[in-house]
Design a protein. Sequence first.
Length: 196
Amino acid sequence: MAFIMRVCKSNKNLLVAALFFCLTENSAAGDRFVKIEQAKLTYQQMAAATTVATLSADLEFYLSETASDALHSGISLYWEVSVVLKQKHWSGWWYSTLLAQTNRYRLSYYTLFDHYRLKDEQAQVFRRFSTLAEALVYMRHLVYKDLPLPQYDAAQCVLATLKISFDKEMLPAPLRPIAYFDKQWDLSANERQWCD
């Protein structure tokens, strides 16, 4: 019995040491793979006194080696891009939401055709790319046109929030626990807020 306890204890120590090594190794990996470099809103007055906005953002967008390997193994990668536009009302007592929109994107690799596909899950449209580099260059430029802004007040600035989140829950079940601790799967961008 004492022998079994010693073996279990040494395996437990080995597991803790391996986990610590993985965490310290990955924390030294460097910066995030996805960053919002700049974002801006432009406004256009339409007929019937309605205003629409165009959101354009430039991202720094890379895949880690682990995510790239997973993609080439047939695992699709999912991101959610959420945009929230608010304005102060009643002398700044509270913000009212002008627009809240979330789009979901899926990046896949099709081995049979040897191409990459980026699909907008809401619009059910996709684009094909012959290389991963082309797909990532396309993903670096984010543009949303004709965003309706009811109750827009030109005298007040619009508080914009842009968030890009990698959906780890869409990874296969055996990969999910690893993705939560491995910095190679840190494919989300820090939320960006600005006032235009």
